[in-house]
Design a protein around this ligand. Structure first.
Ligand code: PMP
Length: 404
C-alpha cells in the first residue's frame, strides 16, 4: 500500500493553489511533477561538482564524469540492458527516435518498408516519413480498431521481407492502450526487421525489461519519469548500435580526427556528440532511484485503481464519451462531452484548479480516426488521489452545465 499523503509531500508543486483552488494535476502524460530529491540534486550538482565530463584530468571533471557514468549504470539496471554502453543519453524521446531514423538512412533503399502504427505520437511518425522521403522507402501503417487497439491480423499481413524496421509505442499517449509489444517484436524479428519501441508513456508506469522484450531500440524521456526536461535515453542492442551511423558529429563522439578522415569513438560516446545535459543526466538517475524506492508494482496497482475509479465516475456523466477502451490500458482517460469543444471544458475546469490536456495530443491520425478535433485527456500519476478525481468530475459537470 502506498502512503499517498507522504508521497505528495515529496512534490512541493502539488500543494499549490491555481486560480485560488487546490491544484489538481492530471497532465502527467505531458510531463510529470518533480520530487524534492530531484530538485535538490540539480542544485547540488551545480553547487558541488559542476565541470565538463570525459575531458579534464582535474578532480571536479572526474567527479562529474563518475556521477554521469553512475547514472548510466542506474538506467542500465533499471531497464535491464546487458551493457552500460547500450544506454545512450539523449535530450528526450524525440531525439532518440530521430537518431535511429537518421542512422537508418544509409541502411534503406527503394522498395524497403518502414512500419509505424496508427497509435503513434507525431514524434514517432514524422522522423520516419522524413526517412522514407530521403531513401525512397515506403511507410506503412498498422491500423487500429474502435477500442484503440492495434489490429494484430493486419500487422501480420503487413510484415514481409521488405520490412526493415517496425516502430511502435509501448503505451499510447492519447488513449492509454498498452500494446502487445513483446509479441509484435518477435513477429518482426521473424522477417528480419528491427524494432524501435517508443517508451515515453510506458516508463512512468512500468519498468521495461529490454532483454526480455528483445527490442532493438527502446527510447524514453526523463521529464515524464520525475526527471528533468531535456533528458532521455536511447537504448540499443550493441550490434544494432555498432551498425548504426551516428546522428550528430562533433566533440566527444570521435576517436581521431584529421581532414582526411575521422574515426568514431566506441559506444556509447559515438552517439553523444558535444557537451550533454550533464546535470540532467545525473539527476535522471536520482529520479529512477526515487521511483524504484516507491516500487513499480505499487505504482501500477494504485494507478489502475485510479483509472477504474475515474472511468466509473466519468462514465456516469450524461453525454460523455471515452475514447480508447482497450482491455490493456494505463491510467489515461481521453473523453469528450457531446456538443462541446474539448478546449472549452479544459478552459473552464482550469479556472477550478484542474489541469488536463485538451487537443489532439500530438496524435492527429487518432483524432482523424474518431473524426473529432481532439479530446480532454486526464492522465494520472501515483501521487494523484480519488478525491482529486471527484474534484475533476464535479468541475466537468459544472462546465457542462455552463456550456450547454
Ligand atoms: N512519444 C510519446 C508516446 C509521447 O507521449 C511523447 C511525449 N508526449 C513523445 C513521444 C515525445 O516526447 P518528448 O517530447 O519528451 O521528446
Amino acid at each position: 500500500m502506498l502512503d499517498i499523503q507522504k508521497i505528495r509531500a515529496d512534490f512541493p508543486i502539488l500543494s499549490q493553489k491555481v486560480n485560488g483552488k487546490p491544484l489538481v494535476y492530471f497532465d502527467n502524460g505531458a510531463t510529470s511533477q518533480k520530487p524534492q530529491v530531484v530538485i535538490d540534486a540539480i542544485a547540488q550538482y551545480y553547487q558541488e561538482i559542476n565541470a565538463n565530463i570525459h575531458r579534464g584530468v582535474h578532480t571536479l571533471s572526474q567527479l562529474a564524469t563518475d556521477a554521469y557514468e553512475v547514472s548510466r549504470g542506474k538506467i542500465q539496471n533499471h531497464i535491464n540492458a546487458k551493457h552500460a554502453h547500450e544506454v545512450i543519453f539523449t535530450s528526450g524521446t524525440t531525439h532518440g527516435i530521430n537518431a535511429v531514423a537518421n542512422g537508418f538512412a544509409s541502411l534503406l533503399k527503394v522498395g524497403d518498408e518502414v512500419l509505424v502504427s496508427a497509435l503513434e505520437h507525431h514524434s514517432n511518425i514524422v522522423p520516419w516519413q522524413m526517412l522514407c522521403e530521403r531513401t525512397g522507402a515506403t511507410l506503412k501503417v498498422i491500423p487500429m480498431n474502435e477500442q484503440g487497439e492495434l489490429i494484430q491480423s493486419e500487422y501480420d499481413k503487413l510484415l514481409s521481407d521488405k520490412t526493415k524496421i517496425v516502430t511502435v509505442n509501448h503505451i499510447s499517449n492519447a488513449l492509454g492502450t498498452i500494446n502487445p509489444i513483446k509479441e509484435m517484436i518477435a513477429k518482426a524479428h521473424q522477417v528480419g526487421a528491427a524494432v524501435l519501441i517508443d517508451g515515453a508513456q510506458a516508463t512512468p508506469h512500468l519498468k521495461p525489461d529490454v532483454q526480455d522484450l528483445d527490442c532493438d531500440f527502446y527510447v524514453f524521456s526523463g521529464h515524464k519519469i520525475c526527471g528533468p526536461t531535456g533528458t532521455g535515453i536511447l537504448y540499443g542492442k550493441e550490434d544494432r548500435l555498432r551498425k548504426l551511423p551516428p546522428y550528430q558529429g562533433g566533440g566527444e563522439m570521435i576517436a581521431t580526427v584529421s581532414f582526411e578522415k575521422t574515426t568514431y569513438a566506441d559506444l556509447p560516446h559515438k552517439f553523444e556528440a558535444g557537451t550533454p545535459n550533464i546535470a540532467g543526466g545525473i539527476v535522471l538517475g536520482t529520479a529512477v532511484d526515487y521511483l524504484n524506492g516507491i516500487g513499480f508494482d505499487h505504482i501500477a496497482q494504485y494507478e489502475h485503481e485510479l483509472l477504474t475509479y475515474a472511468t466509473e465516475k466519468l462514465s456516469a456523466i450524461n453525454g460523455l464519451k471515452i475514447y480508447g477502451t482497450a482491455e490493456h490500458k494505463t491510467s489515461v482517460i481521453s473523453f469528450n462531452i457531446e456538443g462541446i469543444h474539448p478546449y472549452d471544458i479544459g478552459t473552464i475546469i482550469d479556472k477550478l484548479g484542474i489541469a488536463v490536456r485538451t487537443g489532439h495530443h500530438c496524435a492527429q491520425p487518432i483524432m482523424d480516426y474518431f473524426k473529432i478535433p481532439g479530446t480532454i485527456r486526464a492522465s494520472f500519476a501515483f501521487y494523484n488521489t480519488k478525491e482529486e478525481i471527484d474534484a475533476m468530475v464535479e468541475a466537468v459537470k459544472k462546465a457542462q452545465m455552463m456550456l450547454s
